[in-house]
Design a protein around this ligand. Structure first.
Ligand SMILES: *[C@@H]1O[C@H](CO)[C@@H](O)[C@H](O)[C@H]1NC(C)=O
Ligand SMILES: *[C@@H]1O[C@H](CO)[C@@H](O)[C@H](O)[C@H]1NC(C)=O
Ligand SMILES: *[C@@H]1O[C@H](CO)[C@@H](O)[C@H](O)[C@H]1NC(C)=O
Length: 196
């Protein structure tokens, strides 16, 4: 009996591992749609384009491309000028599968036992950031930019930036002092840095 329950629980876990399933093939309000409904053209801006001067994430989630609603997939195109970082963050609803198309990247994540896994990626490498874990990406090259494409197993993986969510949301400072075992002055210094 106990084994049966464990087995059923395992099946249940698999069933809720991604976005909810939809019953129609795709979500559309009417039947007058054509292939354009399944096409997103805004990334054409990348063809022959210049790198930005600061780190930039171009998202293709259900917010930018509503057709993805119900399809359990999305992309983010990540542009890293020399020396830039994608700060510590998590994606609450999906794993991230990152493909490094050009340049080099230092990447890493921390698991729930606080083990740090970090890697130095070269062009052509693919790295997976497991769902919901704190991670970062850093272009530690002083001259060359880097370009990466990340796929997500959700149409809306979500992004929670750690610095912003902790230090830029008016959490009572007493909570921050104790949580970080830091003085109020130290906490204020971090908060001020993020307000600029
Ligand atoms: C049909 O649905 C598509 C996609 O949801 C929308 O772009 C289009 O305007 C709709 N057409 C009509 C006639 O409502
Ligand atoms: C960045 O590169 C410098 C020079 O190669 C190296 O000393 C440093 O450890 C690197 N930092 C990271 C985080 O990879
Ligand atoms: C911090 O919050 C302020 C006010 O909401 C905002 O203007 C600023 O961009 C935020 N900083 C970061 C790093 O998100």
């Amino acid at each position: 009996m106990i084994l049966n329950l464990a087995f059923m629980f395992a099946i249940f876990r698999i069933a809720i591992a991604g976005d909810p399933n939809i019953l129609p093939d795709f979500m559309a309000r009417n039947n007058t749609i054509d292939a354009n409904y399944f096409t997103f053209t805004e990334m054409r801006q990348l063809v022959g384009g210049e790198y930005p001067t600061t780190f930039k994430a171009l998202k293709v989630t259900m917010n930018e491309f509503p057709t993805l609603n119900g399809q359990s997939v999305s992309y983010v195109i990540l542009e890293f000028p020399a020396g830039s970082i994608n700060p510590l963050h998590i994606h609450p609803r999906a794993s991230e599968l990152m493909f490094l198309v050009s340049g080099s990247l230092q990447v890493g994540f921390v698991d729930t036992s606080n083990n740090l896994y970090q890697q130095s990626l070269q062009i052509g490498d693919i790295f997976v950031f497991p769902k919901g874990l704190v991670h970062f990406q850093y272009n530690n090259d002083t001259k060359e930019p880097a370009l990466a494409i990340s796929a997500f197993g959700s149409a809306n993986a979500g992004t929670q930036l750690i610095p912003t969510s902790v230090f830029n949301t008016s959490i009572f400072e007493g909570i921050l002092d104790v949580s970080f075992r830091a003085t109020r002055a130290t906490i204020r210094k971090i908060e001020e840095g993020l307000k600029q």
